[in-house]
Design a protein around this ligand. Sequence first.
Ligand SMILES: Cc1cc2nc3c(=O)[nH]c(=O)nc-3n(C[C@H](O)[C@H](O)[C@H](O)COP(=O)(O)OP(=O)(O)OC[C@H]3O[C@@H](n4cnc5c(N)ncnc54)[C@H](O)[C@@H]3O)c2cc1C
Length: 287
Amino acid sequence: MQYHTATSYENAVELAEAAQGTIRFLAGGTDVLVQLRAEIVTPDVLIDIKQIPGAADIQCLADGSWQIGAAVSGAQLDEHGTLKANWPGVVEAMNLIGSTQVQGRATLTGNLCNGSPAADSVPAMLAANASVTIIGPDGQRQVPVKDIPSGPGKTTLKSGEVIASVNLPAQSASGADAYLRFIPRTEMDIAVVGCAVSLELDGPKIAKARVAIGAVAPTVRLVESAAEGLIGSTLDDAALAALASAVRDACDPINDKRGTIEYRTHVAGVLAQRAAKIAYQRARSKS
Ligand SMILES: Cc1cc2nc3c(=O)[nH]c(=O)nc-3n(C[C@H](O)[C@H](O)[C@H](O)COP(=O)(O)OP(=O)(O)OC[C@H]3O[C@@H](n4cnc5c(N)ncnc54)[C@H](O)[C@@H]3O)c2cc1C
């Protein structure tokens, strides 16, 4: 196995293009190393991106948007007070991943690129309308996070492409988000269902909404019909019932020992209602 330490994203792309066999980028390694040790994926070439200048930086840009480097860990997100106040749902989703040790390594980018339909941070990034900056053989492109997952363990990234950053829009003065997941244990488990809601208010009324679900379909899904039903409401009982119903309609889960199709579908509606209430409360408390 070859191990390279990339000095820039362009260098990471060159290394990936020149590589033969199975390639993996190494961010936190909490998926790559587990898969390697379990002999699920044995890369021929590992390209470490952690030493790339800026990869471990969190930046708030002049317009209030956020640029989170590809090697920023969950622990770093949690320690960043302003980011956490702006996007509490994204940070809480990332912080559900693993243990304290895992938090010190795991990244948003790795969570996204591993392609798990149950990845915790991905619904939160979708609800937040996040995008990623991709560097590849054909240059740089900006892609919404919702267009990256393409199936279990699969992404739309092209050969040789590497993500340089996750970009979160500026949070509105009347906006907030929330993420909830259900697991049978209290921690260290994979989501049976996950749901993220991001809201922007106009007084007590919801002006904008985004709802995303995880672990209930082959990829994380943005549920536009669920968001549409919330707009113009004050999150009253009718809006909550419509939300649960739209989310359940969007579910297409597997049936396994951790949850039947009926159970996962039911829980998705419950979590959507609870996450919406938390996001609404957080947004209201800003006014
Ligand atoms: C004990 C334990 C508990 C866990 N619990 C959870 C959990 O509760 N919820 C959850 O969602 N996950 C969980 N995970 C999985 C894992 O921690 C997360 O998916 C994590 O976010 C992966 O990030 P990473 O930086 O470690 O990725 P890595 O392992 O470094 O990479 C993962 C994948 O992303 C690709 N990749 C990494 N960086 C880039 C880049 N910049 N551009 C393109 N591709 C890239 C790699 O090639 C690889 O395919 C757990 C893992 C462990 C070991």
